[in-house]
Design a protein around this ligand. Structure first.
Ligand SMILES: [Zn+2]
Length: 122
């Protein structure tokens, strides 16, 4: 955030998930790997909530894994039942823990990953 930028011209901060994130961090911390599920009616609302969790997580300096399911199947693009109750599942990790998690999946060698989120771009 640069000084001198007019605060009202900045994109409004998405704080809708902040209470949920504070609750999660208080209850589970950042290294528990706990996956918390919230039921949300309608696909679009669940997807919005997923984005709010991700934006909120970066405000707290943690990484979020968040996804939306319907009947146990991940529901991302074409939704078969847009008005149904969906499950938003998320877990929060310290950034260091997120890196370790990726490293574990790669057997300790990030070169084994098809996509390495920590690789330098460009
Ligand atoms: Zn859906």
């Amino acid at each position: 955030m640069s000084a001198g930028r007019h605060p009202f011209k900045a994109t409004p901060r998405d704080t809708r998930a902040h209470k949920l994130i504070e609750w999660y961090l208080g209850e589970y911390g950042t290294d528990s790997q706990h996956e918390h599920t919230v039921k949300i009616r309608a696909h679009d609302n669940a997807n919005e909530a997923r984005l709010s969790v991700r934006r909120g997580a970066s405000h707290y300096g943690v990484s979020a894994a968040a996804w939306v399911c319907r009947d146990g199947e991940q529901c991302a693009g074409d939704c078969p039942d847009p008005d149904a109750v969906h499950d938003l599942t998320f877990s929060l990790h310290s950034k260091g823990e997120a890196r370790r998690h990726v490293a574990r999946q790669a057997g300790g060698n990030s070169g084994n990953l098809k996509y390495n989120p920590f690789a330098k771009r460009g």
